[in-house]
Design a protein around this ligand. Structure first.
Ligand code: ARG
Length: 463
């Protein structure tokens, strides 16, 4: 009855093999072979559980367990022949297992389906990415803490609208990114904890009549518990969307920081020098040192957010439970994860190597009337003026300085007095940028003392 060209795994129902185009659209082995180690770990846990429950014999489970290790070493050694006719990693592994150990291989798929198998494999793979992201983020945070500690009291301009606003400290600016990447870290950890339920044993969609022990497989694979609804277990991909969501936000933070590094390393700013190790030259313009790594990190959000949108579109509107659409989950997530890890590593390297140009930062900090708010605050504090009046008076002094072509501290006391005759020489104390940043002692403010306190707090948090 069975045609020899029909599929080995379901040939019983089919008389002929698939059309070549059907095989091309159907096969996922070209990419899901990345989950080989996870697939084999899942199968080994499943076989051991089947034996413990007396569903298969110990000797069959033993042969399966050992045979799977042989298959794994063939895959890791690069000698495994992947076959598109066998569609995916699950069937490639099982077919090879049959060649290696013979008949017992056919008992491995008892009480499970490729639907719970793929969900388990993919969860294991994505779980590793949460861990890799955590490692990458921690390393980046360490690098930022190093910069913040070294430059806790280096003054630089703080911007709003990319216009000089108020002086801040280099350490404070670095610590702003520590907060962002710290939240990314917490998002990764939250999502990892949420996703750590094992789908294995949900079988095709309804569970199984075999007396399986789902706690045992869940535990063997490092999950906290088995997932509680078999329909959900085989059709949930929101753990991957959680990863892509957290990855997208992290990539957005990386992109913002990368943009700042691009601006700061320009000849117009000269706030930082990027190391040669993370820059490239131009083939035509000898003077160029380009911040390519920063630019590429800035761009990674495109594909990572793209993956997030793509998987969301794949999943929307799918009826329960499994649909083959869900095979389209993997490539996007693989690509996003690879690029997130690369971007985190590149940013860490750049931050560790870069040197802030203290003199340029200080010179820029003092220009652009950056201490105008300090002047207004002085008028309130010392002369008791309402803030709105103080704002107005300060504005007129800024206009005067602009007309004179100088900065606020360059105005004479007489010129100051034209705006308000209560102004005294003491005002010049607050017009200096060092005093300005030192005065911003409110919790979370830019004063070096506050910055150092935050560095200490973060060191404690990340150990
Ligand atoms: N390669 C498939 C995937 O990635 C495995 C699950 C196939 N299940 C099925 N019922 N056809 O989704």
């Amino acid at each position: 009855m069975t045609d020899t060209t029909s599929n080995k795994m379901w040939g019983g129902r089919f008389a002929a093999g698939p059309d070549a185009i059907m095989e091309a659209i159907n096969a996922s082995i070209s990419f899901d072979q990345r989950m080989a180690a996870q697939d084999i770990a899942g199968s080994r846990a499943h076989a051991a559980m089947l034996a413990a429950q007396n569903i298969i014999t110990d000797s069959d489970a033993d042969a399966i367990g050992k045979g799977l290790l042989t298959v794994l070493s063939e895959i890791e050694g690069g000698t495994f022949q992947f076959s598109a006719a066998l569609e995916d990693i699950h069937m490639n592994v099982e077919a090879r297992l049959k060649e290696v150990i013979g008949e017992p291989a056919g008992r491995l798929h008892t009480g499970r389906s490729r639907n719970d198998q793929v969900a388990t494999d993919f969860k294991l793979w994505v779980r590793d990415q949460f861990d890799a992201a955590e490692t990458g983020l921690l390393a980046l945070i360490q690098a930022l803490l190093g910069q913040a500690e070294a430059g806790a009291d280096w003054v630089m301009p703080g911007f709003t609208h990319l216009q000089t606003a108020q002086p801040v400290t280099w350490g404070h600016h670095m610590m702003a990114y520590v907060e962002m990447f710290g939240r990314d870290l917490s998002r990764m950890r939250d999502a990892r904890a949420r996703m750590n339920e094992c789908p294995l044993g949900a079988a095709a969609l309804a569970g199984t009549s075999f007396p399986i022990n789902r706690d045992m497989t869940a535990h063997a694979l490092g999950f906290d518990r088995p997932s509680a609804n078999s329909l959900d277990a085989v059709s949930d991909r929101d753990f991957a969307l959680d990863f892509l969501g957290a990855a997208s936000i992290c990539a957005m933070h990386l992109s913002r920081f990368a943009e700042e590094l691009v601006i700061w390393s320009s000849a117009q700013f000269r706030f930082v020098s990027l190391s040669d190790r993370f820059s490239t030259g131009s083939s035509i313009m000898p003077q160029k040192k380009n911040p390519d790594a920063a630019e590429l990190i800035r761009a990674k959000i495109g594909r990572i957010m793209g993956a997030n949108v793509a998987l969301m579109m794949v999943m929307k509107g799918l009826p329960l439970a499994y649909s083959k659409d869900m095979q389209e989950d993997k490539e996007q997530v693989f690509d996003a994860a690879d690029n997130l890890m690369l971007a985190l590593a590149a940013m860490e390297g750049m931050v560790k190597d870069m040197s802030a140009n203290r003199d340029s930062l200080a010179a820029a900090a003092g220009s652009g009337f950056s201490t105008a708010t300090d002047l207004a605050d002085w008028l309130v504090r010392v002369l008791g003026l309402p803030f709105r009046d103080a704002h107005h008076i300060t504005g007129s002094l800024v206009a005067l300085a602009e007309k004179q072509g100088c900065d606020l501290p360059d105005l004479t006391l007489e010129q100051m007095k034209t705006a308000h005759d209560g102004i005294t020489n003491d005002v010049f104390d607050v017009l200096g940028v060092e005093n300005s940043v030192n005065s911003r002692m409110s919790y979370g403010g830019t004063a070096p003392e506050q910055v150092r306190a935050q560095v200490t707090r973060w060191k404690g948090l990340i150990g």
